[in-house]
Design a protein around this ligand. Structure first.
Ligand code: GLU
Length: 383
């Protein structure tokens, strides 16, 4: 058998959960909704809310991606067991989501936290402009102390344009929010080399550092005890997370207080990225995007950028090209030297209108209060 793509395990990878500044937590339907009765597992949710409160008390930010809308709604609508048609799933999601959001709101309000419901579609995470809006909203909610509880907007998502699984959605959310840790809680406790119910040699991988063909083959084993579909989407999520510099864990939610269990060293599989979310984002901006325009900046702005600051409109002397908010642009010094690339917060017309002006004048010039920065430092990759 080929060597497994594992590294000598870190002393304790579970410390990564404790150390993360921003954690995305994905909870599968089977954990939240009792398969027999179709009822919410409120005691389990209350225990999980205690775990979340613990993270928050330590100063960690938490984003929840919660499944369960369809599972909750189908029972309420009296839909027969079995596979639902798309229209039925959409109807069930509409009924279930309101209950799901309410349950989260109650569970987290018990610890004094405000819950914000965010429903996303595939397009919201794939189209740069909407992606940036989502990113800004999540950032604002977290800054204001809320706990975003996210689900796919199943009611409007049709087959071609839906995730259908919250594993990949959660990974996109982690990328969007530049989270440093993503935990997929489900009924499996990790990735196994083979079906553990059939193969006595099957073992759970402790750490994975890259999504190699061997790893994909493990996820795709048709007889896998962990359910092939379920593991395939988890590995797809891991690929997104690792690309975004986000550590990911596949961990069991079958216990009460699953986060405490992880921190106490409960078995799970850790996917360890090669770089930080910040480095990954800069790499993406600097290397993979086609620039649609150019901003020329004055010497003061060039110095501010070199010092790690954002690019303000006041320092921009000329705007070239046609671009939308969220597009990549090249930033050049007065002498034409390339300083870097970044995602611009304004379309080209607005950028021209505010170039050379103080941020306080933006509202008067454009008629709306846009961002103070032309390019925020998090969206800038210097050469
Ligand atoms: N968005 C679906 C729901 O809330 C869940 C998708 C999944 O199970 O991953 O029911």
């Amino acid at each position: 058998m080929a060597a497994l793509p594992m590294i000598a395990a870190e002393p304790n990878p579970s410390d990564r959960l404790k150390a993360a500044a921003r954690v995305v937590l994905k909870i599968g339907s089977a954990l939240l909704v009792d398969q027999g009765t179709g009822q919410l597992r409120t005691a389990w949710l209350a225990a999980l809310a205690q775990d979340i409160a613990l993270l928050r008390e330590r100063g960690q930010e938490v984003v929840v991606v919660s499944s369960g809308a369809i599972a909750l709604g189908r029972r309420q609508l009296g839909l027969a067991p079995g596979v639902l048609e798309l229209e039925q799933s959409q109807a069930a999601a509409a009924v279930g989501q309101i209950r799901l959001a309410h349950a989260w709101q109650q569970a987290l309000a018990a610890h004094g936290f405000t819950v914000a419901q965010v429903l996303l579609t595939l397009g919201d995470t794939e189209q740069r402009r909407r992606y940036l809006n989502g990113r800004n909203t999540l950032g604002t909610l977290l800054k204001l102390g809320a706990v975003p509880v996210i689900n796919e907007n199943d009611t409007v998502a049709t087959t071609e344009i839906r995730y259908g699984d919250n594993d990949r959605l959660a990974a996109r959310v982690a990328e969007m929010a530049s989270a440093d840790c993503l935990v997929l809680l489900s009924d499996v406790d990790g990735l196994y080399t083979a079906d553990p119910t059939k193969n006595p040699d099957a073992r759970r991988l402790e750490t994975v550092t890259g999504i190699t063909p061997e790893i994909e083959a493990m996820a795709g084993l048709p007889s896998s005890a962990v359910g092939s579909g379920g593991m395939i989407t988890k590995i797809a999520a891991a690929r997104i997370a690792l690309g975004a510099g986000c550590t990911m864990a596949i961990a069991s939610g079958r216990v009460e207080h699953p986060l405490r269990a992880i921190e106490a060293g409960a078995g799970c599989t850790w996917f360890l990225p090669a770089r930080s979310p910040r480095q990954a984002r800069k790499l993406w901006i600097g290397g993979t995007l086609v620039a649609k325009g150019t901003l020329f900046v004055d010497d003061g702005a060039a110095r501010a950028l070199a010092g790690g600051r954002s690019l303000l409109p006041a320092g921009v002397t000329r705007v070239e090209g046609t671009f939308d908010r969220g597009d990549a642009v090249v930033v050049r010094a007065a002498d034409g030297r390339v300083l870097g690339r970044g995602l611009i917060a304004y379309g080209d017309e607005d950028a021209r209108a505010i170039a050379g002006h103080r941020s306080g004048e933006i509202e008067a010039l454009l008629g709306f209060r846009g961002r103070d920065e032309m390019i925020h430092r998090d969206d800038l990759a210097l050469d």
